[in-house]
Design a protein around this ligand. Sequence first.
Ligand SMILES: Nc1ncnc2c1ncn2[C@@H]1O[C@H](COP(=O)(O)OP(=O)(O)O)[C@@H](O)[C@H]1O
Ligand SMILES: [Mg+2]
Length: 273
Amino acid sequence: MSDGKIIGVISIKGGVGKTTTVSNLGAVFYKEFGKKTLIIDTNFTAPNLALHLGLVDPETTIHDVLRNKADITDAIYEHEFGFHIIPASLLNVKVNPFKLKEKIQKLRNIYDIILLDSSPNLTGDILATMVASDELLVVTSPDYPTLSCSMNAIKVAKSKKAPITGLILNRTRGKHYELSLNDIEDATGVPVLAVLPDDHKVSEALANTIPAALHAPAREVSFEYRKLAAALLGQQFEDKRILPKFKKMLNKGCGKHDINREVIRSERFEQLK
Ligand SMILES: Nc1ncnc2c1ncn2[C@@H]1O[C@H](COP(=O)(O)OP(=O)(O)O)[C@@H](O)[C@H]1O
Ligand SMILES: [Mg+2]
């Protein structure tokens, strides 16, 4: 029997990379780490997880489940890449989002990892994801408006006693005007666990309805998703690329996010013993 962990991916801002993160982590947990993985669209008002993955017009959705019109197991679809997905309806059907927590409990027995792709709207939708999750990842980007939204998301999550594991810093370009990782950690008090470059391959992957980690596995963004997934599982990930190895030898390759990941990984590794 599995004892699945529910991980919510949140931000109080659209377009920062929640859905991209859920589809990529879903693919990586399954393909790279052999975990039974389910991803659920919990953006009940403007869903698009299924569209990211080429699943168009599914018959049964999370909306049917929340309205007691279908059993949750009937809303599960197997994606061609092996992980499973519960899509949401595009029709903006009214639901009670707070039924989510109760409805997904029995799936812990089937899956190792369940990822929730949250809505950015500070309504019942995001609160329902927060309370249904065992841990939260907050997606942010290196600019003040997004940082302000992330600080708000963290405040709300804390008020709901939803544990925040870390931040995913997305769409970095290495420009001098961007907020630094330290600025973001100082403002939020939450560790950054992954730094994802802004990469046109992510948009290309979306156009091909394939997670970038599978479409362009050699890109930095794909390595970051693999390293994050490994840390969350308490597993080692060996980066076999020559440049990172060389940098590590010169003691230059370790960013703060690498250290943060190692802290999480070793804590979880100890818990697994
Ligand atoms: N690291 C990245 N590099 C380039 N484009 C990205 C990156 N992350 C996300 N995007 C693009 O940004 C857009 C919004 O991403 P999405 O995951 O849908 O955001 P959210 O779910 O937070 O609204 C998509 O077009 C996606 O392809
Ligand atoms: Mg989204």
